[in-house]
Write a protein that binds this ligand. Structure first.
Ligand SMILES: [Zn+2]
Length: 197
């Protein structure tokens, strides 16, 4: 491959049968690489780490590990983890638990403006619906849920014109950490089920 001595990056690359002019980053021409790249703030990483800790707490309680924190002006106003088993409640997904926690703390069914929800897994139909009703401003999620995720995987309900509120969505922050935790949880559960039978 030709190397550009000025940038030390290959100046041309074949992509889809075409010769594309570089330089390249992560296999994409620089401009496209930047267009597809999300830059996270230190605070975003900190809050997602907190959501991952909550997910871990859920796993210890035997629940599918998903955690969520609701943040307003860099303060946690609500938090929770997935616990339908412990709460005997099919609606007790991490996002709903965090929303209810915030509303109870604030003694108000309306959330303040400019809240961000950090959750370790792409929300389902129920949860994205609740986030729209609660007027959450930003949603940042870690791992995608290809089977039933409603914020990009199966459909994207966060930007439908028939709702009177849309949510700004960013995906993929700490996604590997979250996926690994989920995979490990299901692996352990399958192992335990095998030992029973
Ligand atoms: Zn959900």
């Amino acid at each position: 491959m030709l190397i550009n001595p000025m940038t030390n990056l290959p100046p041309y690359q074949f992509m889809n049968g075409q010769l594309i002019k570089g330089p390249f980053m992560n296999g994409l021409p620089i401009s496209e690489a930047f267009a597809t790249c999300t830059f996270w703030s230190v605070q975003d990483v900190k809050w997602m780490q907190k959501a991952l800790q909550l997910a871990k707490q859920g796993a210890k309680a035997g629940e599918v590990p998903v955690g969520a924190v609701l943040v307003h002006h860099q303060q946690i106003i609500g938090q929770g983890f997935n616990e339908p088993i412990g709460r005997h409640d099919a609606t007790a997904h991490a996002e709903i638990v965090a929303l209810r926690d915030a509303c109870a703390r604030l003694k108000n069914y309306r959330l303040p403006l400019q809240t961000t929800l950090y959750v370790t897994l792409e929300p389902c139909t129920m949860c994205i619906g609740a986030l729209i009703h609660a007027r959450v401003d930003r949603l940042i999620y870690a791992a995608s849920e290809p089977r039933a995720g409603m914020v990009g995987s199966q459909m994207n309900l966060s930007v439908q014109p028939f709702y009177n509120h849309n949510i700004h969505v960013h995906r993929g922050l700490c996604s590997d950490h979250s996926s690994q935790m989920l995979k490990a949880f299901f692996r352990e559960r399958r192992k335990a089920a095998k030992n029973i039978t």
